[in-house]
Every structure is written in C-alpha cells, then in structure tokens.
Ligand binder design. Structure first.
Ligand code: CA2
Length: 156
C-alpha cells in the first residue's frame, strides 16, 4: 500500500576543498559567483522544487566523510562537488557507497576538458550520475536530477 503522507525531500549539498574561495580567485575557470551566491541559487531552486537543501563546505576529507555518514536518516540524497578529492579520495567514495544514498556528482568546470589527472573520478562509479562544465548551473541541474530520481524511485 502507498503512503499518502506528503514528505519533504531533504538534500545534503557538499562542497569540497577550496570552493570557499569561489568568486575571489580564478573566475575564468570557476566563474564569478561566490559560494554564498551558489547556495542562494540552490535554496531558490529547492523552493521551486518544494524540497529542502542543506549546504556544507569543508576543506577536510574526514569532515566530508563524517557529513556523508551523518546524512543517513537525515537526508534523502546528496549533491556533491568533492573538488580535488574527486580525483584522490577512496574514503569519500567508500562513504557514499556505505550509506547507499543516491548521490549526484557535480563540477563547475568540465573536468574532461582539463588536465589528464582530473579525468578520473573515484566517485563516478558510486553516484547516480555526473554533471560537469556548466558553472553554477551544474549544481542546480544536479539538484533537479537528484530530486527527479528520488521522486521516480518513490512513486514506483
Ligand atoms: O570544476 C570543479 O567543480 C572542480 O571540482 C573544482 C576543483 C577541482 O580540483 C576539480 O578538478 C574540479 C577545485 C576547486 C577549487 O576552487 C577554487 C575556487 C576559486 C579559486 C581557486 C580554487
């Protein structure tokens, strides 16, 4: 039997290392918006989608791992820009696999048009999908895709 109670989806948005510098350095690669501005756009998109978003930025791998663990039971899914940890972190990959929450990987830049070392993502094989290269829009597209994925999953 279907549960007819409406439930508000809650999405954890994780921003990895150095993304706190957005808008202050390298606007040619990462755009001119600050992280605060991106979080405001995410909040506006969340309101339109009638979901809740909780953003968190950390420069520390363990803090990101802890946040992924704590998402279990608190959030329905994760949008993650793991920054440079995308290309190095088995620990973040394992945390996403362990909690088994649907996650979408996003990147401001198109990692496949950049240096070879950015072409490999440890997260790619444990996320629902990846959006890369659309600047701040990558986050909004990632949020939309994740919410759609969760709504399709809960209606079947
Ligand atoms: O394109 C992305 O979103 C990245 O995840 C950004 C990471 C990079 O290591 C990934 O390969 C791709 C770097 C984030 C650094 O952000 C800065 C922002 C302003 C100034 C300097 C760095």
């Amino acid at each position: 039997m279907h549960n007819s109670q409406p439930r508000v989806l809650s999405i954890l948005v994780l921003h990895g290392p150095n993304l706190n510098l957005l808008g202050q350095r390298e606007p040619g690669i990462y755009g001119s918006l600050t992280l605060t501005a991106i979080n405001k756009l995410l909040a506006a998109t969340a309101e339109e989608l009638e979901v809740k978003v909780v953003p968190l930025q950390s420069n520390h791998e363990g803090t990101l791992v802890d946040a992924i663990h704590q998402a279990l039971g608190q959030h329905h899914g994760i949008v993650i820009n793991a920054g440079a940890y995308t290309h190095t972190s088995v620990a973040i990959r394992d945390a996403i696999a362990a909690v088994n929450l649907p996650a979408v990987e996003v990147h401001l830049s198109n990692i496949y048009r950049r240096e070879e070392f950015r072409h490999h993502s440890y997260l790619a094989s444990v996320v629902v999908g990846q959006i890369s290269g659309f600047g701040a829009q990558s986050y909004l597209l990632g949020l939309q895709a994740l919410v759609h994925h969760l709504q399709v999953a809960s209606s079947s």
